[in-house]
Design a protein around this ligand. Structure first.
Ligand code: SF4
Ligand code: SF4
Ligand code: FES
Length: 247
């Protein structure tokens, strides 16, 4: 008869800090949790909050990799906690909030403010003046392959992992990052968007756009949705180069 292995005891080291408490300083706090089959970091953190420390703050909504709110640094790597199985990690796990975004407390960040600013700056919506004037105008048909290509890019959940992994944003806070460039590529591909290439050039044809990217692939390595970020940045670069030469 084979002996059952005792479950592992996970040591969860969390970077804790409340920026609204003037007496608080950033510090690590360690919790111990018995591992269970199929456990994710979402389950671990809830276990801690329910049974050990209800002051621990972190964000979750969907638990299924869809809302993008549970992004954090797991052993220094940006990822979604709800999609991270503890069985893939060592017993010693370190958790910290994503850098660059406004810290609310502990692992909870306010990425929505950053993402809203990005969407406003890049005007991430369909621009079609004719459609705005004549709302009864029928949309043009789209080839299924093109619709699939656009849908692929629409799968971005604005988790911010690519932003946290990007060395360029650390140096240039106005750089739009892979998330921004992916959104621009998405609208540029969409035949319903009637903006000219020159208008896109105005948006991202500089060092805070495609020409700031150092192509080190950090963004694509960590994107939990496996978006083809590098090929889209290359696509925009080619388009920007020919547009820049024209203007
Ligand atoms: S490839 Fe570009 S966008 Fe991606 S992490 Fe590097 S500098 Fe940032
Ligand atoms: S591109 Fe990927 S890593 Fe970046 S915000 Fe979207 S889903 Fe997250
Ligand atoms: S809780 Fe929604 S992506 Fe993790």
């Amino acid at each position: 008869m084979s002996e059952e292995k005792a479950p592992r005891i996970l040591k969860i080291n969390v970077l804790r800090f409340d920026p609204n408490d003037e007496n608080d300083v950033p510090h690590m706090q360690t919790y111990e949790v018995e591992e269970a089959y199929g456990m994710t970091l979402f389950v671990v953190l809830n276990e801690i909050r329910e049974h050990q420390d209800n002051s621990l703050m972190f964000d979750f909504v969907c638990r299924a990799g869809i809302c993008g709110s549970c992004s954090m640094l797991v052993n220094g790597r940006p990822t979604l906690a709800c999609r991270t199985l503890t069985s893939k990690l060592d017993e010693n796990i370190s958790l910290a909030p994503l850098p660059l975004f406004k810290l609310i407390k502990d692992l909870s960040i306010y990425s929505g403010e950053w993402m809203r600013g990005l969407n406003e700056k890049l005007e991430t919506w369909i621009h079609d003046k004719e459609q705005e004037i004549n709302v009864d105008k029928l949309e043009e048909r789209m080839e299924p392959a093109l619709a699939d290509e656009i849908y692929e890019l629409d799968r971005c959940v604005e988790c911010g992992c690519c932003v946290a992994a990007c060395g360029t944003i650390q140096m240039k806070p106005d750089f739009v990052g892979a998330v921004g460039l992916n959104k621009v590529a998405r609208y540029h591909l969409d035949p319903r968007d009637k903006r000219e290439d020159e208008e896109y050039y105005e948006l991202i044809g500089d060092e805070n756009g495609v020409f700031g990217c150092m192509s080190l692939l950090g963004c694509q390595d960590v994107c939990p949705k496996d978006l083809p970020l590098q090929s889209k940045i290359a696509y925009l670069r080619r388009m920007m180069l020919t547009t820049g030469l024209k203007s």
